[in-house]
Design a protein around this ligand. Sequence first.
Ligand SMILES: [Cu+2]
Length: 141
Amino acid sequence: MTGVKRFYPPFLFTSQVRHREDSHMKRSIIAAVFVAFCAAGLLPAKPPQNVKEVEMTAKKYEFSPSTVEVPAGTLIRFKITALDREHGFEIEGVKDSCVTLEKDKPATYEYKAEKPGTYEFKCCKRCGFSHGKMKGTLVVK
Ligand SMILES: [Cu+2]
């Protein structure tokens, strides 16, 4: 009984022909790869975007981490939580971008790091005596 196995339609092949499992497996893999390629072809072409999430905390009078380094072209998504009281977050030179960091409520600040350089970020809500020293560094390479 060796000559009959190739005549089964795929659904029979799948459920009933035990000794062909190996070949069935191969077929499934090939089918899956095929489907994946088709799906990839159907998706709109998107330019690849490097996104980096940075979890950060803020407290009197520091950000942690206080230095963030990314390659140029990265979209940075800061998730910042103030631990002790209200603070703010702003990157030097980005106009009107101050976000308020309410205590224990993570806030998001997105920044597309386009140009290589060293930038300062800082607290932009007066938070006490050394507020002016509450700063960090963003390095874009
Ligand atoms: Cu402050």
